[in-house]
Design a protein around this ligand. Structure first.
Ligand SMILES: [Mg+2]
Length: 110
């Protein structure tokens, strides 16, 4: 097990899904997964708004990452490839200051 390997991360999430039979028991239904990811995002939000520790924030972000990896399994797409394809796209985008904060976007509406 290599902790730096995307494939190993995916494999342990796949093993988790297999252990609990997610595919056969609704755990890979996409609408349900969206609800779970929303719940975790809420927990991340609570960490920030309630000033929780960095460790607590990291744990909640890990929950979301695990769900994202599991969603890639459930929907059968290559999240690693999607990450690099998207990074390539956004690296060429411009940034603007909007309401005092940096924003990187395509800015299609202006
Ligand atoms: Mg959580």
């Amino acid at each position: 097990m290599n902790p730096d390997s995307y494939q190993d991360m995916l494999a342990v999430v796949q093993a988790f899904h297999d252990k609990h039979r997610f595919r056969e028991t609704g755990g890979e239904e996409l609408a349900y997964r969206v609800a779970l990811m929303t719940e975790e995002l809420g927990e991340i939000s609570a960490c920030v708004t309630k000033g929780k520790s960095k460790e607590h924030l990291a744990e909640e972000c890990a929950d979301l990452l695990i769900l994202l990896l599991g969603t890639a399994i459930a929907a059968d797409f290559d999240l690693r490839r999607a990450f690099w394809d998207k990074m390539k796209k956004i690296e060429s985008r411009e940034s603007r200051m909007i309401n005092g904060r940096i924003r990187v976007s395509e800015f299609r509406d202006t």
